[in-house]
Ligand binder design. Structure first.
Ligand code: HGY
Ligand code: MN
Ligand code: MN
Length: 412
């Protein structure tokens, strides 16, 4: 029986690593950029080499299909090929090369009763347009063409224009919606992006819950003044107000084990050494696997921002960038994956995902599971991100085993 080949996985990762490298370090394969599209083209070339029929839809999701011997809904696997700014070459990419290897192994074995569908989603990262999972939310109908017209990056380019710029057809976004009845089960392989697998000494993770995330842009408007001629008691310093808020974010988030909150972006205006900052725009990311805690913390932090701002005569405005609830993945799929890992002889744990994923949106319509692969020191969204091809190959063996089990009648 053909097994996954770590050397081939490494080669495919190296090929992706030649696309979208950022001169400042890491990779910036941004959604609806030429480099994301080059990566999708490479993905399709690999699959066509294994005899799959490939396509890219109007909004940039790419697919490969291996026919089944019977007219059944497909077994599917995939992830994303875009990255954050100066990110790593494994977040998303590891799951895509794993899915390609799943296709190669199953095609080499003559295929299954079920068709196999391999997917590279467009725009999973929210780094460019603020909202994550653009491709999967267009497939499931959670996003529409209007969403693409409303989302804009820091240069005020809309996602709609950016998609057109790279040859896609966002005006046909409605046609990109899939029929969930066409897919029996979806499994995403992904790097863990944390340290639990390393700390617990396990080879793989079977994900039970994907954390939710609420992302808000906050603008602090004070007054830009001369830094030498303006006494401290006369200032309306937007950056000091923002700094007080950022420490409040940390304090509140530390109160519960599964809650995390981050201010990852900060724009200071006018940004001159000798000017009291008059305006600050920051990005807040609040996450939890408990929906109520996620929303309550967000509300409390917005109240903090208002209290801090009013105490300093600062005007505050908030704009929600995205809001995703935690998603519990399908128990039947978790069971099939756990049984497959056991048969394959790989140690695993059942665990939550702090990061969001396309699987979280697919799971709203289709029985869905995730298999986590350890990443070195848990580092992710960074040039130092790394995962071992041998570990990715183990995840491939598990998903292939699980798909064969489902093909033989296991319930999902
Ligand atoms: O940000 C995330 O949770 C994921 O990496 N897109
Ligand atoms: Mn990802
Ligand atoms: Mn990511």
């Amino acid at each position: 029986m053909t097994k996954a080949d770590p050397a081939r996985i490494a080669r495919h990762l190296d090929e992706l690593g030649a696309i979208g490298a950022d001169p400042a370090g890491g990779f910036s394969r941004m959604v609806y950029s030429q480099t994301e599209r080059q990566a999708h083209r490479r993905f399709r070339d690999w699959l066509e080499e294994y005899g799959l029929t490939t396509s890219t839809d109007a909004v940039g999701n790419s697919f490969g299909v291996l026919p089944g011997s019977e007219d059944l809904p497909a077994l599917a696997s995939g992830s994303h090929l875009d990255s954050v700014y100066q990110g790593g070459n494994f977040d998303g990419a590891a799951g895509v090369v794993a899915a390609v290897e799943i296709a190669r192994v199953l095609a080499a074995g003559g295929g299954l009763r079920h068709p196999l569908k391999i997917i590279a989603f467009a725009g999973e990262e929210g780094a460019r347009f603020g909202a994550p999972c653009i491709g999967s939310r267009l497939l499931t109908g959670a996003f529409t063409e209007d969403t693409l017209r409303q989302l804009a990056d820091r240069d005020r380019i809309t996602a709609w224009s950016a998609a057109r710029e790279v040859g896609l057809h966002p005006e046909d976004a409605t046609e990109a919606r899939w029929d969930p009845a066409d897919i029996a089960c979806f499994v995403e392989v992904h790097i863990e992006q944390g340290r639990v697998l390393e700390a617990r000494g396990r080879q793989l993770g079977v994900v039970h819950t994907i954390g939710g995330s609420t992302r808000v842009e906050l603008t602090f408007e004070g007054r830009a003044d001369h830094s030498g001629a303006t006494p401290m008691w006369l200032r309306r310093d937007a950056l000091v107000a923002a700094a007080e808020f950022i420490t409040a974010v940390e304090r509140r988030a530390q109160r519960h084990a599964t809650t995390v909150a981050t201010v990852g972006t900060l724009q200071v205006q006018p940004g001159s050494l000798t000017t009291v900052p008059g305006r600050v725009v920051l990005g807040l990311d609040v996450r939890d696997i408990d929906s109520e805690r996620q929303r309550e913390l967000t509300e409390s932090l917005l109240d903090d921002a208002l209290r801090i701002a009013s105490g300093r005569e600062i005007h505050i405005t908030a704009r929600q960038l995205s809001d995703q609830s935690p998603i519990v993945l399908h128990g039947t799929v978790q069971n099939v994956l756990a049984a497959a890992a056991t048969r394959q002889g790989y140690s695993f744990i059942s665990m939550a995902s702090g990061a969001s994923h396309d699987a979280g949106h697919v799971a709203k319509q289709i029985p869905t599971g995730m298999v986590f692969v350890p990443c070195r020191d848990g580092i992710s969204h960074s040039p130092e991100e790394h995962a071992e091809p041998a570990h990715i190959a183990q995840a491939v063996d598990v998903v292939v085993d699980a798909f064969r089990d489902i093909d033989a009648g296991a319930e999902v």
